[in-house]
Design a protein around this ligand. Structure first.
Ligand code: NDP
Ligand code: X2W
Length: 346
């Protein structure tokens, strides 16, 4: 059994990870940490896990925590995974970080977008960007996996075939994304309280959101040249889900049917990416509770643009589900282990 510890087990991403790993046939939960709820049973703080997860939340000294585990998951605000990465390295263990601390290869870019000093920059070069559909081989032998952000997961998976096959003008990319409120975490804030979000729909972080450099980094790798994007996130009054609408100018004439086939062959064999047939469009409800990313492509021949839709559950393929998928790749297990289920409907 793989001994797994979760630091930040009481956040939205962390508790979803607890739910998944507690039913994973090859994982034993070795430690669940919390500062706020230390000493309390998990099932008491999160009644949906009552009777299913009997662990007591602990506040542990980092070396003790890492010593107990084969793999540590961090589901913390950015800036807090760096010392964990160092301890994991010292002890020959492995880390899957759900936050942003190891995603950006250029530490200066990280520091300028996150306004946080990077104290473990030496680890960044060896960390692998944990998008299994694109980086599976590097993830297998990695020590630190940087689990992607939720918006980047939906955008990168939606755009990867177009950039890899050089079917679009890379300067024309527009990412118009909408997220449910759980994307902002469990902490209370004016931005996310009920009367601010319900019956409301608003953009935020226009031209300044910190996922922009992450998306650009990975798209540039795929394109083999620098790519910049216009990325606008929106907050929608739902709990889970991201729907990204992606626009780009096509560089060659291609039909919706042909492009759909290109996507199908790009993602052939991928268990979690579903390329929908023409006429069927992704919706957040169809992926909620599953690790799926649903994608549709439509060629607008009138404008010469392609419109890609990409939907994920921000807490599954956008966070905890993808982290479990990465664990499976690292451990040489079938990727769907512990993730082999459809979403919830309605
Ligand atoms: N929510 C989402 O959809 C996604 C989130 N992520 C990333 O995952 C990480 C966790 O996000 P999310 O679960 O939403 O966040 P939450 O705010 O819901 O949870 C954060 C967790 O971190 C702990 N924590 C908070 N502050 C500190 C601190 N100063 N030091 C140590 N621990 C702290 C809290 O637990 P306690 O107080 O009990 O210790 C809590 O369990 C973030 O990096 C986020 O960006 C990534 C993709 C999607
Ligand atoms: C709706 C909402 O607020 N979403 C979050 C994205 C969460 C996420 O993926 O953040 P990390 O990159 O830090 O992991 C935001 O826009 O900040």
């Amino acid at each position: 059994m793989i001994k797994a510890g979760i630091i930040g087990a009481t956040g939205y991403a962390g508790v979803e990870l607890v739910r998944l790993l507690s039913r994973h046939p090859r994982v034993k939960l070795a430690a669940l940490t919390s500062q706020t709820y230390a000493g309390k049973p998990m099932g008491e703080v999160f009644p949906h896990l009552y009777g299913l997860v009997d662990h007591v939340l602990e506040e542990l000294y980092l070396p003790e925590l890492v010593a107990r585990c084969d793999v540590v998951f961090t589901a913390l605000p950015h800036g807090h995974a760096m010392p964990v990465g160092e301890e994991v390295m010292r002890r020959g263990k492995r880390l899957i970080d759900l936050g942003a601390d190891f995603r950006l290869k250029d530490v200066d870019v990280y520091q300028s977008w996150y306004k946080t000093e990077h104290t473990a920059s030496v680890l960044v070069a060896s960390a692998v960007y944990g998008l299994p559909e694109l980086n599976r081989e590097e993830i297998k032998d990695s020590v630190i996996v940087a689990n992607p952000g939720c918006y980047p997961t939906s955008a990168i998976l939606g755009l990867a075939p177009l950039l890899t096959d050089k079917l679009i003008d890379a300067k024309s990319l527009i990412i118009d994304a909408k997220s449910g409120v759980s994307g902002a975490g469990r902490g209370l804030s004016l931005k996310t309280h009920f009367s601010e979000t319900t019956n409301n729909f608003q953009a935020y972080g226009v031209a300044t959101h910190r996922h922009t450099p992450e998306i650009e980094q990975e798209l540039s790798r795929l394109a083999g040249a620098p790519v910049t994007v216009s990325f606008t996130p929106h907050l929608t009054p739902m709990t889970r889900g991201i729907l990204s609408t992606l626009y780009a100018n096509l560089t060659e004439k291609i039909s919706t049917q042909e492009l759909t086939e290109r996507y199908r062959s790009f993602y052939a064999g991928e268990r979690f990416v579903r390329i929908l047939p023409p006429g069927m469009l992704p919706a957040t409800k169809n992926v909620a509770g599953s690790n799926h990313c649903d994608i549709s492509v439509t060629v607008d021949s009138r404008t010469g643009r392609v419109i890609v839709l990409s939907a994920i559950d921000n807490l599954l393929k956008g966070a905890a589900g993808q982290a479990v998928q990465n664990l499976n790749v690292m451990a040489g297990l079938p990727e769907e282990t512990g993730l082999d289920f459809a979403g919830m409907y309605p």
